[in-house]
Structure formats: structure tokens, C-alpha cells
Design a binder for this molecule. Sequence first.
Ligand code: ATP
Length: 289
Amino acid sequence: MITVIGSLNMDLVIQMADFPQQGETVLGQHFQTSPGGKGANQAIAAARLGSNVTMIGCVGDDRFGHTLRTVLEQEHIDTTSLLTTSESTGIANILVHHNDNRIIVVPGANYKLEPTHLDAVKDVITQSQMVILQLEIPTETTAHAIKLCKEANVPVLLNPAPAANFDMCWMDDITYLTPNEIECAQLFGNDFDQTLEKYPNKLIITLGRDGARYFDGEYPIHVPGYMTKAVDTTGAGDTFNGALAYALVEGQSLDEAVYFANIAASLAVEQVSAQGGMPTLSKVYARMA
Ligand code: ATP
């Protein structure tokens, strides 16, 4: 069983011809809501591949919260450890103009996920085969999750986004860290080769269409991405992380698991929306064949 401890947001996406200036009102061209939040996305990525997934997070007692819970349940994700609070469900207001965007995130209920709630569902965490974390919940809750996992010997896959919320003192206690190139540079500086050597089989840097890199203790390993025509890369990283966790829990080697995650993420970028393109296991195997 994989447990994801993280965020759930409703994305409010507005396509527009131009961004409004200060004090100006403009008409948008198209509006759409889509379920998101890195935690929920990664949970869905793993569940769609066939993992048995439990989501620990917090939503508001409102329409978005109810929808996000239902979306997870439709993906057969266990939501019994999902908390409901009086704070509004987290949202991301995304203004899109051509290839440019402006995003406002209101974490809302996500920031009400406190360490005490993790204690209340401690059995779920300690019985997991792997726990997946991102950094869109309070830092003290992430720290507590890592501590509980360490005590129970549960492997932790941490996707450090946003990187500003990462605490370097977690490095020893987590099993895998999966920054993209920007996050990696923010955390460790620009010398990726040196950094990779420092964290063998732990640090996996995702490289967009170029795939991912890690150091196996002896050699630097570059697992190339699967070349495809990307339509929407939103959720590529989330699909990679969910798929990596799935593959590792299934007993694949790190090399096989990174290859598997690249293939899964390449399928996700071929379709619009973060969760929409996340593949099933048969789609990944079909591409690998
Ligand atoms: P995002 O924020 O867009 O969800 P990210 O910035 O967290 O993603 P990336 O390194 O851009 O992470 O991408 C994660 C993985 O997705 C890559 O390692 C790769 O496997 C896959 N991927 C991303 N972009 C492409 C692409 N254009 N073609 C094929 N695979 C891609």
C-alpha cells in the first residue's frame, strides 16, 4: 500500500486574450475547473497504475472539497484518512494567455493538515510500503511524516515542490528525492554531477523531455525520456512520481523504475490536464513493448 500525504486543490483555469492591468476588468475566453494539487495528482498517478493508495490530506466542507474527495474515490483511493475542515478547500487560480500564465494559489485547508492528524492515522502510515510527500502542506507536518516513517522503517519518496519548503536536515531520513532541474539548482546549486554523487540511489533529477538522472554509487545513470509530442506537460512530474513509487513498491530496480516512470509521464504529456492523461498500467506496457 502506498500512502500519499499532501495537497488537494481545485484548479480554476481561465483562458484569456490578455491579462488585466491594475484596476481593469477584462473578459476571459474560457473557464474550466480541474482537480489538482500535487498530492492528489500523485495519488491518482499511482492508483491508476494499480497501486493500492491511501490519501492523507485536508479539504474544506464545501463544493470543491466534496468534488475532490469524490474524484479520488472514483480512482479507488482510500479517503477515510482525508480530513474535512472549516477552512476553504485549496485552490489554484490559473490565468492563461498563449504560453504565459499567472497563478495564485490559496492553500486554504491544505495548511490545516497538522502533525496531530498524522498521529491519529499513524497505523496507516506505518503499515505503508512507501509514503509519498510533496511540500504543499505545513512544513512541520512534512517533518512529522518523515519522523513517523523513519521510526517504522517506511521508505519515503519526497518530491521537493515548492523547493523553498524543503529542509536539508531531512536528507538523511528520506529514501528518494525527485527534484526537477530548477528545484535541484535551488536546493544544491548548479553542479548536478557533484550533487548526484553525494546522494547515490537517492537523488533522482527529472529533466523534462530528456528523462531523468541519478548516480548508482559507481556510475552516473541517465535514463532518457520517451520522445513524444507534448500537448500539455502539466502533471508530468506528478505522473513520474506516482509511477516511480508504483514501480519501486512492485520490486523493480531503480533503473527499471525510472524507465517505467519516464514512459508513464510521456503518456501523460500527450493529453490535456494534469490528471486526465495519467496512464493505466496496460498503456505503459503497450508503450514499453
Ligand atoms: P511539471 O511541473 O510539468 O509537472 P516537472 O517540472 O516537475 O513537471 P519535469 O522534469 O519537467 O518535471 O518532467 C517530469 C518527467 O516527465 C520527466 O522526467 C519525463 O519523464 C516526463 N516528461 C516531461 N516532459 C516531457 C516531454 N515533453 N516529453 C516526454 N516526457 C516528458
